[in-house]
Design a protein around this ligand. Structure first.
Ligand SMILES: Nc1ncnc2c1ncn2[C@@H]1O[C@H](COP(=O)(O)OP(=O)(O)OP(=O)(O)O)[C@@H](O)[C@H]1O
Length: 272
């Protein structure tokens, strides 16, 4: 499905003046961006608008104004939405899995619900499970998996129909450090030819996983560019420091230029 969806010159994701409101609260305020390939980290503190952005792209919610397209398909138009859905893999922040289903059936069902022919679903499930090293658990009931394994199962379910665009909302939350490293490794392994958008409040994800960063602050784009360029924006100012941190007594220790640049953009509320 990846290659057939990609049209030369059409960005994988395009968002123009996207606005999302919840009553009077503005969650996204005329946000615009174009994304084409690689792993994009959408960073920002709590309430910055990350989930609101991903929910619109995932066709889960509709914007109040503006437009969003995935490989040219308008995700907010009733007509184009179902076509867009087949191009998108979506791993929400919280998801329910039936504990009584087997691991393989869970992924096969996800594949079928995204347009994979019934005859191909079992194979698609095993392929997706092998990406996240869960193929040996294929016949186990979901209830027997650990939290980290469930997260990997969620990822397998999101990629089983081989979507060109993956939307992952806080995929590393709740994982221990070694599981976070493992999940990032899986994401890197499947990133070729895809656009993977990872909403996270962990600057560590941005530094270790992402090719590109979009930093949201109060529903607006505070930064869009490479992690390196963001880090460079404060690196020179840090000359003379030993790199061990900033701030006085009681201030958080921010040890890398990227952390310091991010902190400068979003304030001390959440530096990862
Ligand atoms: N269903 C809702 N009803 C009312 N307000 C909401 C709703 N969902 C989100 N909001 C508000 O919209 C703003 C953006 O929320 P959103 O969940 O998109 O941010 P976020 O960056 O994903 O935050 P977090 O890191 O906490 O998940 C916040 O002020 C939030 O309180």
């Amino acid at each position: 499905m990846i290659s057939s969806a990609i049209v030369a010159g059409v960005p994988a994701v395009e968002v123009a003046d996207l606005t999302v409101r919840y009553r009077r609260r503005v969650a996204l305020d005329a946000v615009s961006m174009r994304l084409s390939g690689g792993i994009v980290g959408v960073l920002g503190p709590n309430g910055a608008g990350k989930t609101s952005l991903l929910s619109v792209l995932a066709t889960v919610s509709r914007p109040d104004a503006g437009r969003a397209t995935v490989h040219g398909r308008d995700v907010s138009s009733a007509v184009a939405r179902s076509a867009a859905r087949e191009l998108i893999g979506w791993l929400p922040q919280r998801f329910d899995l039936s504990g009584s289903m087997t691991v393989q059936d869970t992924v096969a069902y996800a594949a079928w619900s995204h347009g994979v022919p019934v005859a191909d679903c079992a194979r698609a499930a095993i392929e997706a499970l092998s990406v996240v090293d869960l193929e040996e658990r294929a016949t186990d009931r979901v209830r027997r998996l650990s939290g980290g394994q469930r997260q990997r199962l969620g990822l397998a379910a999101a990629i089983a129909h081989e979507p060109p665009v993956l939307l992952l909302d806080e995929p590393t939350v709740g994982l221990d450090p070694s599981q976070r490293v493992r999940l990032r490794h899986y994401l890197r392994a499947i990133s070729t030819g895809r656009t993977i958008i990872v909403a996270t409040h962990l600057i560590e994800d941005g530094a270790q996983l992402c090719d590109e960063l979009v930093v949201l602050r109060a529903g607006t784009v505070a930064y869009h560019g490479s992690p390196q360029a963001l880090a460079d924006s404060v690196a020179e100012e840090g000359a003379g420091e030993d790199g061990s941190g900033v701030g006085g007594a009681g201030a958080p220790v921010l040890s890398t230029p990227l952390e310091r640049a991010y902190e400068r953009l979003v304030g001390s509320e959440d530096a990862g």
